[in-house]
Design a protein around this ligand. Sequence first.
Ligand code: ADP
Ligand code: MG
Length: 282
Amino acid sequence: MMSTDDQDRDPIAPVTVDLARLPELLTALRLPTIARLWAQLAERSDREGWPAARFLATLLELELAERYQRRIQRHLQEAELPVGKSLTTFDFASVPTVNMSQINALAAGGSWLDKGANILAFGPPGVGKSHLSAALGRALVEKGYRVLYTRTTDLVQRLQAARRDLLLESLMDKLDKYDLLILDDISYVRKDQAETSVLFELISARYERRSLFITANKPFGQWDEIFPDKAMTVAAIDRLVHHAVILEINTESYRRKTAVSRAPGSSSTSKTKKSTQDDSDE
Ligand code: ADP
Ligand code: MG
């Protein structure tokens, strides 16, 4: 379709260049970093005699790098992670059944998220299940993944409301964009309080596609209280464990332990746990 005339025409000829319009152009093209930095960089480029290509490439690299950071910030906000729970503040020494290198490997993302594998963490209250799940979620967001942290009861309510309003499918689609959905405290869901088959539907929808991190203070044997019937409970557990890492955290409550070590008259002066072996770092 292109004539020789079109090819020969100077593409710049029809453009009137008005430098005053630059901020407006950069806004229209959504290039806030370039808008902020171009003048300063132009000065340097003029001073140092950069080739135009270097000037352009530098600006574009800066825009791209900041865009990536902005996206991560957005994803951190949408993840609704509890504040202050990170892997660096998680004391692995106090939970011997949780292997630090295994958690760090999971925190790198990769194949387990690609195949929709799950993490299931069991243990009594206060042993760090929520902290660990949130910390892992945060690490994954920082790696570029999308995560949503929610108390399971909150999500079940959202799902039920969506079903009532015939919006279940669209909510499921929204949840589908998350590489990892953290369902904290699944054991607080009670089938007698409402219709919990929505939770089963979510588990089925994500099976072998999208990962879940579920925390529970009740073993599978007591999950009958969560789902409407035995068959559904069995089917849910079956899907969850098919590709899963199971963490059993059966230590003393970290909350209680730190409360005791802070108490007046306690032999420990540190606000963290008493030092064992050679865990001298931190
Ligand atoms: P759970 O969800 O198992 O009930 P949490 O994760 O809420 O327990 O932990 C209770 C409190 O103790 C939180 O403030 C958490 O940050 C802290 N905590 C628990 N385990 C650890 C740990 N191993 N290292 C650091 N803080 C911990
Ligand atoms: Mg918890």
